[in-house]
Design a protein around this ligand. Structure first.
Ligand code: NAP
Length: 348
């Protein structure tokens, strides 16, 4: 595979016809010569089943970083069009309710893992994975939100289903400048919560306050070993996408009856905690999975993301990039150095 072997000036395709060939960001993760980059695919390399979508926007999630390298152990096919998120227009579906031109999005399930994903000008996606774009969101908006924002929404919903309301007290968000973290800050702030943002990026305090955080704290206070099983309480609830020692330290500081929605592992997969927060403070640890949500529930969450769960300051979270920028951004996200959401303008 070569980087970008198609001339940039190559013609676009009739949007109502299947493409002959198109640009895609592909990772080869098996064999002696793993590689990744922009290349040209032909339409017969797409899956033979599913709805053909002209992809306009995608976005970069931590999982995409993992899927783009052999050591990430996420890719289940090789070569793989990376990208767990996509948004675009239906080209041709033959499916009731999804006529040509319908604005749609898809994420999770097998996309970008064992089925070609969103970092390409076209994709074929099973109809039962597709979410029509709700009124109130542009195609780009849906990808500023993407898997990360959807996960943040699930986290906030889970905390509220357990009784959390604005006014109960401060809510912590860890990994706050990242995708899940930024959107969680924006969703919580938009709903009137007092948000405390934990970050390792000292220069991003203004960004986090702009998203609606009331306080910003240094994440090293949460990532150090040696906390007691129960520390002085500080927050009524938390949205955590970091895991590891950070999650253990968060659990030890949650108020009586509070809860933590845990979705991630950027800080590690171990959980060096004790049962003390659970048995002495009735703290609940809620697991969040965005990948396998049944489609009707997923469509309902997206309706809420377009209305009462819409993150505040959505416009300031997204940075537009093209397919050619992906390698650097995928490396950056694995290093934890990305701020906000990298939104992929697939046709740029
Ligand atoms: N369960 C699910 O369905 C689901 C869905 C989406 C994502 N996730 C997981 O959630 C996590 C975040 O995903 P994302 O796409 O939001 O990634 P991201 O944009 O890279 O955000 C992760 C943030 O975590 C913080 N961080 C990175 N390394 C850290 C470390 N060693 N110790 C402490 N904090 C660290 C950084 O924020 P600061 O610099 O601000 O501290 C970083 O920006 C990943 O583990 C991902 O796999 C899970």
């Amino acid at each position: 595979m070569t980087d970008d072997i198609r001339p940039k000036s190559s013609p676009r395709y009739d949007p109502h016809m299947p493409p002959g060939s198109f640009r895609a960001y592909v990772a080869v993760t098996r064999g002696d010569h793993p590689t990744r980059g922009v290349t040209t695919m032909s339409s017969d390399e797409l899956p033979s089943d599913g709805v053909l979508i002209e992809v306009h926007w995608s976005s970069v999630n931590y999982k995409d970083g993992l899927a783009s390298t052999p050591s990430g152990r996420v890719a289940r096919i090789s070569p793989l069009v990376v990208g767990v998120d996509l948004a675009g227009r239906v080209v041709d579906s033959g499916v009731d309710g999804l006529p040509a031109g319908t604005k749609v999005l898809a994420h999770g399930y097998d996309l970008g893992v064992s089925r070609h994903g969103g970092f390409a000008e076209y994709a074929r996606v099973p109809a039962e994975w597709i979410v029509p774009v709700p009124a109130g969101l542009s195609l780009r908006d849906t990808m500023v939100i993407g898997t990360a924002g959807y996960t943040a929404a699930l986290s906030v919903m889970a905390l509220e289903e357990r009784g959390l309301t604005p006014g109960d007290g401060p809510v912590l968000v860890t990994g706050a400048t990242g995708g899940v973290g930024s959107t969680a800050v924006g969703i919580l702030a938009g709903r009137g919560y007092e948000v405390v943002a934990s970050t390792g990026k000292k220069d991003k305090e203004a960004y986090l306050r702009g998203l609606g955080a009331k306080d910003v704290m240094d994440r090293t206070l949460l990532s150090e070993d040696g906390s007691k099983p129960l520390e002085s309480t500080a927050w009524v609830a938390a949205v955590d996408c970091v895991g590891g020692t950070t999650l253990a330290n968060v659990l030890s500081r949650i108020e009586y009856g509070g809860a933590v929605a845990a979705s991630g592992l950027t800080g590690g997969v171990d959980l060096p905690s004790t049962v003390m927060p659970f048995v002495l403070r009735a703290v609940t640890l809620i697991g969040i999975d965005s990948v396998q949500t049944p489609i009707e529930a997923r469509r309902a969450v997206w309706q809420r993301l377009a209305s009462d769960l819409k993150p505040m300051s959505l416009d300031t979270m997204g940075v537009d990039i093209g397919l050619d920028d992906l390698t650097g951004v995928l490396d950056d996200i694995l290093q934890g150095s990305v701020t906000g959401r990298s939104v992929v303008d697939v046709r740029r």
